[in-house]
Design a protein around this ligand. Structure first.
Ligand code: PGA
Length: 259
C-alpha cells in the first residue's frame, strides 16, 4: 500500500484582504511546529488578490506552507473578463488549485465538463488540482450519493492518464455539511471516500487509486478532525471556516496528537 502524505488545506473563500492574509499566514507559521510540517502537508488558498502578498511572505520567510488557489479558468489567456488563467497562478508559484468546489458548481453553474477542462489545464501548467465532489442532502436521502460522486469523478477526470490521476488530490465534500456545522460521521465520510477511491480504481487501476489523496471537507473542526483523519481512505481535510483562525486551523493540523 502506497504511503499517502496527509494534506490539510485551508480554503479561505472570500475572506481576508491582503493585509489580513499576511497576518494570518505569519501567525499560522508561528503556531505550527516543525513536527507538524514533517507529519502533514499544509496548504492555504487565499483569494486571488492576496496571492502575491502571501507568496512573498512564504518565500521570504521560508515558511513550508504550500500556496494554493480556489479556482481558475482553463484557457491560458484570452477575452474572459474577470477570469484568471492557470499560467498566471503557476507564475506566482501556486501549486494546488481547488477545482469544482460545490460553491462554484451551485452558485456559479460550473459543470462536470468545465471541471474536467480546468483540472486538465491546471495539470498542463505544472500544478495539482484538488478536484471536489459531493452530494446534496436530497441526493443523500434519495440514496443517490454514491452514484453522484462517482459520476463527478469519472467526468471530472475524463481523459487523464493513470499516472496523472495518481498524483491528484480529490475532495469529498457533502454539500449539506459545508458551512452548516453538520459533519458527516467519520463512518459516512469513510464510506464515501472509499467510493471515490473505488471510482478511481475502476477507471485508472490500482496504482492511481492507491496514490491519489482524498480529502474530506465540510465543517471540519479541531474536535472532529482526529476521528475523520483516522479513517483509512481519508488522507486529509479541506477546511473552510475553521481555517480562517490560525489557532483553530493549527489545532486541526495537530489532529494526530489527540487521543
Ligand atoms: P467549511 O467549508 O469547513 O466551512 O464547512 C469547507 C469547504 O467548503 O471547503
Amino acid at each position: 500500500m502506497a504511503e499517502r502524505r496527509p494534506l490539510i488545506s485551508g480554503n479561505w473563500k472570500m475572506h481576508h484582504n491582503h493585509f489580513e492574509a499576511i497576518q494570518a499566514v505569519q501567525k499560522l507559521s508561528y503556531v505550527l511546529s516543525s513536527n507538524d510540517h514533517d507529519a502533514v502537508e499544509v496548504s492555504i488558498h487565499p483569494p486571488f488578490t492576496d496571492i502575491r502578498s502571501v507568496q512573498t511572505v512564504i518565500e521570504s520567510d521560508g515558511i513550508p506552507i504550500t500556496l494554493g488557489a480556489q479556482h481558475c479558468h482553463w484557457e491560458d489567456s484570452g477575452a474572459f473578463t474577470g477570469e484568471i488563467s492557470p499560467g498566471m497562478l503557476a507564475k506566482l508559484n501556486v501549486s494546488l488549485v481547488i477545482v469544482g468546489h460545490s460553491e462554484r458548481r451551485e452558485l456559479f453553474g460550473e459543470t462536470d465538463k468545465e471541471v474536467n477542462r480546468k483540472a486538465t489545464a491546471v495539470l498542463a501548467s505544472g500544478m495539482t488540482p484538488i478536484v471536489c465532489c459531493g452530494e446534496t442532502l436530497e441526493q443523500r436521502e434519495g440514496g443517490q450519493a454514491a452514484e453522484k460522486v462517482t459520476r463527478q469523478i469519472l467526468e471530472g477526470l475524463a481523459g487523464l492518464k493513470a499516472e496523472q490521476v495518481a498524483g491528484l488530490v480529490l475532495a469529498y465534500e457533502p454539500i449539506w455539511a459545508i458551512g452548516t456545522g453538520k459533519t458527516a460521521t467519520p463512518e459516512d465520510a469513510q464510506e464515501m471516500c472509499a467510493t471515490v477511491r473505488h471510482a478511481v480504481h475502476s477507471k485508472w487501476g490500482a496504482e492511481a487509486s492507491e496514490g491519489v489523496r482524498i480529502q474530506y471537507g465540510g465543517s471540519v473542526k479541531p474536535v472532529n478532525a482526529p476521528d475523520l483523519m483516522r479513517q483509512p481512505d481519508i488522507d486529509g481535510a479541506l477546511v473552510g471556516g475553521a481555517s480562517l483562525d490560525p489557532d483553530e486551523f493549527a489545532r486541526i493540523i495537530a489532529y494526530r496528537l489527540v487521543g
